[in-house]
Design a protein around this ligand. Sequence first.
Ligand SMILES: C[S@@+](CC[C@H](N)C(=O)[O-])C[C@H]1O[C@@H](n2cnc3c(N)ncnc32)[C@H](O)[C@@H]1O
Ligand code: SF4
Length: 253
Amino acid sequence: MQNPQKIKTLLDKYSQPIPRYTSYPTAPYFSDQVTAATFKDSLNNLPDGQNLSLYFHIPYCDTLCWFCGCHTKITQKYQPIAKYLVALKAEITTIATIIKQNPTAHPVSHIHFGGGSPTILSPDDFTGLMHHIKSSFTLAKNAEIAVEIDPRDIQDDMLHALADSGINRISVGVQDFDPEVQKAINRIQTFKETKHVIDKLAKLGVNNVNIDIIYGLPKQDVTKILDTAQKSISLGVDRIALFGYAHVPWMKN
Ligand SMILES: C[S@@+](CC[C@H](N)C(=O)[O-])C[C@H]1O[C@@H](n2cnc3c(N)ncnc32)[C@H](O)[C@@H]1O
Ligand code: SF4
């Protein structure tokens, strides 16, 4: 028999609203006190041999999931994405040039593509972006290269582009497999299409897999969340990231 007092203590401890740990420092610690000069200075003063972790944000999606709290814009056109990519590549060149002024090598041990949906990029553009990163920085031998994947409507040529670019870890957005929940959050995503993406990438050698699930969505109950977790486990994933729904409607105003 579980100790009710212990459960209450745990619930009180873990049911606090806290920032999602998607950046370091987390969003509440962002400040305009940190200027471009501060950033440049810290890049110039990296400790000798310090490895780098690089994060690339692709802030675009083709439809809006109604729960979404991520920094993204909805677009049906590719032109804003192509324009953003030009700016992103210029930023990569700027940062790499500053780091290269420091004579001690700084190998990149982690790369993460997040969003939004990085898989909204065309296969050629993703390959080109990766090429630009690899020619701007020195990658460590066993660098972890991860991408967030929206499995809806992703084509096999994109899956090949990801694998050929050296991606070795994927994080797949699921949220909930129940059709009623999916309708309520404006995100229709079948188990079959999710499985296809994971299986296909595994065949291409990418088999380190995370799945994102959210609890607290409309029309959910414990049974549905457990069912989503079971289905996710059946896909052979290494990790499940279980997010508590953050109600942040102002993010989409
Ligand atoms: C950038 S998305 C993942 C990639 C892709 N855009 C997708 O949705 O499949 C990051 C993850 O953040 C989580 N997330 C987004 N909005 C959230 C919210 N309001 N509360 C909790 N988690 C949220 C979702 O689990 C989502 O998969
Ligand atoms: S959850 Fe993912 S796909 Fe949905 S709107 Fe947010 S970033 Fe885009």
